[in-house]
Ligand binder design. Structure first.
Ligand code: PMP
Length: 359
């Protein structure tokens, strides 16, 4: 094949780097690069999957059983719930449904890498508002960035990759300043790991504040350990979710994904015990790192953030050489997922040996 072919790709797409996945780990290494759940799937989930054999049939396009179940759980109607092949798929749908060329999408930066990518793919303009010095959303600055071209605003709590939450009071104050025709997407992919009682709870917002322009995104990938099956969901006003459904690629949520999500909800108490274990490991790791001299910001997801500035790539290399696959963001810092118990001790050992290299 010739390398130079005359297909016209949109220039902004040609300029996009491909999505970069966290590195895979070799047999000896701990994979702490993708905020995955380190626990094996529960027996009940595996059994339900083994029974879901009708792979010659298309799945139910609307994942009605899962929507009904989540609707019941959150006290909303099933049409206020939308299921996607991962919450990132729903994010893409919401951005596409609201924002096209000439429109602006506001989000904090640094945050989840998919945000700029989704804005560009939709043809919209990304407006990045820097985090505060303690790696939190600067919601007053985000409110000030709203223009009459703003169509969507993404708020990530806890923020990936830095860790802090947005408080309920901050969020309420912020949303009160957003025009009612601008969509606010509250990305709570890590909600179940949150232990700070002041944190925003999107489902509480929807139930109580009557904010029709807020959509809450959650996922089965993290706390529920189903990253490989791709199931996420949105809760919000049915009109907004209908718009998302209109842009979605039909039939992308599989029977296996829906089945495993339902089985996970059956086993929720056990899964949430695991979440508690992960949150305890996180708190222990963050406290020990701070004691060791690292300026780790508030950590409320299943990961911690090491601000490492220009040393980021070399320090990440030292972790990797020691069998810890972490996620570096060049020039900024390193995100380390909370994994197996032994990995926590190992992270601490390596972090202690490299802290002396920091400026
Ligand atoms: N939002 C945030 C903040 C994330 O970190 C992630 C996963 N890294 C997602 C959404 C997407 O998760 P999924 O598509 O697996 O539901």
């Amino acid at each position: 094949m010739t390398s130079d072919i005359p297909i016209r790709v949109r220039p902004e797409i040609a300029a996009l780097p491909a999505y970069k996945q966290g590195k895979q780990a070799g047999a000896e290494a701990f994979k702490l690069s993708s905020n995955e759940n380190p626990f094996d799937p529960l027996d009940g989930v595996v059994e339900a999957l083994q029974a879901a054999t009708s792979v010659n049939r298309y799945p139910d396009a609307s994942a009605a059983r899962l929507r009904a179940r989540l609707g019941e759980r959150f006290g909303v109607s099933a049409d206020a719930v939308h299921i996607g092949a991962g919450s990132v798929a729903i994010l893409a749908q919401l951005v596409q449904a609201t924002s096209g060329p000439g429109d602006e999408v506001i989000y904090a930066w640094r945050s989840f890498e998919a945000y700029p990518w989704l804005a560009v793919v939709a043809g919209a303009t990304a407006v990045q508002v820097p985090l505060t010095v303690d790696a939190r959303h600067d919601l007053p600055a985000m409110a000030a960035a709203i223009t009459d071209r703003t169509r969507a605003i993404i708020v990530c709590s806890p923020n990936n990759p830095t860790g802090p939450i947005v408080t309920q009071a901050e969020f309420d104050d912020f949303v009160a300043q957003v025009p009612p025709d601008v969509l606010v997407i509250l990305d709570e992919a890590y909600a179940e790991f949150v232990t700070d009682p002041d944190a925003v709870d999107g489902l509480f917002v929807l139930g109580n504040a009557g904010r029709d322009n807020v959509v809450v995104l959650r996922t089965f990938s993290k706390a529920f350990g189903l990253a490989g099956l791709r199931v996420g969901y949105a809760v919000g006003h049915p009109r907004i979710l209908d718009a998302a459904r209109s842009t979605s690629i039909p039939l992308s949520v599989t029977l296996q994904g829906e089945t495993a999500a339902l089985a996970s909800l059956d086993a929720e108490a056990e899964l949430l015990e695991r979440v508690t274990t992960i949150a305890e490991r996180r708190d222990r790791l963050a406290a020990a790192l701070r004691e060791g001299g690292w300026a780790v910001p508030q950590a409320q997801g299943n990961f911690v953030w090491l601000p490492a500035g220009d040393e980021t790539m070399s320090i990440a290399g030292e972790f990797e050489a020691a069998g810890l696959i972490v996620r570096p963001f060049a020039g900024d810092g390193i995100r380390i997922s909370i994994g197996e118990e032994e990995s926590v001790e190992k992270v601490l050992r390596i972090a202690a040996s490299v802290v002396k290299d920091l400026p």
